[in-house]
Design a protein. Structure first.
Length: 233
């Protein structure tokens, strides 16, 4: 790859990373970041830990993209070794929050059990997508062309929760959530005349996963959700 093309790639990934960070900040501003700064939020420590770990993932992603863009490949790889374990921590804390958040809402009398059971379809889907994409990124860490795209997909999967909090109409919700993937495919098409198979495959998988939102009020899913929550109530 020519230096000019490499620089364009780096600029693109820095831009899309900043866009994802902005999406997360805006999405969680009202429910978390904004009130956290003003001291008006009272949450159990487990949720603060989850928020810190998730925020750390976004910072780590920006650092890694910046290291790659500046040509510090050796440092990028060393930080990446730490990133593998940090990604596992992100997933573990995501699983904890998946069950802790609805249980806390039920205990506080804010949600009914059925509301909590229905909600589970969202974070469970997020964790499945993240695990698959992040696992692929680790498996292909020695193939930068594929690794960076799987990492992008893993982070987009996590951004579902932030976009959901914007309360957009469904078509805008889907478009905003998948917009980094659409941007990546468009960039590839313009720059190289083709769409990378990782971008295309990950986007299709996420598009297939998106309609899970319609299961939130499904009696069949709610029954499953009740069973999953029961040990924690």
């Amino acid at each position: 790859m020519k230096d000019s093309a490499r620089r364009r790639d780096h600029r693109f990934y820095i831009g899309v990373t900043l866009f994802l960070i902005a999406t997360v900040v805006v999405g969680f501003w009202q429910s978390y970041f904004g009130t956290l700064l003003t001291g008006g939020i009272a949450r159990p420590m487990v949720m603060h830990l989850h928020g810190a770990v998730f925020t750390g993932w976004m910072v780590l992603l920006l650092v890694q993209v910046g290291l790659a863009a500046s040509g510090r490949v050796g440092m990028h790889r060393r930080v990446g070794n730490f990133g593998i374990w940090y990604g596992v921590l992100v997933w573990m804390m995501g699983v904890v929050a998946t069950f802790a958040a609805p249980v806390l809402h039920v205990s506080a009398g804010e949600w009914t059990l059925d509301q909590a059971a229905g909600f589970l379809i969202f974070p469970i889907g997020d964790m499945i997508l993240f695990a698959g994409f992040f696992g692929a990124a680790v498996a292909y860490r020695n193939k930068p062309d594929m690794h960076k795209r799987w990492m992008l997909a893993a982070t987009v999967a996590l951004a579902f929760a932030a976009v959901a909090r914007l309360n957009l109409p469904l078509h805008w919700f889907a478009l905003l959530w998948l917009s980094p993937m659409f941007a990546s495919m468009t960039y590839e098409l313009i720059a190289r005349g083709r769409v990378h198979k990782v971008d295309a495959g990950a986007t299709v998988i996420m598009a297939i996963a998106f309609p899970r939102i319609f299961l939130e009020r499904s009696e069949s899913w709610i029954a499953v959700g009740r069973v999953l929550l029961q040990p924690f109530l």
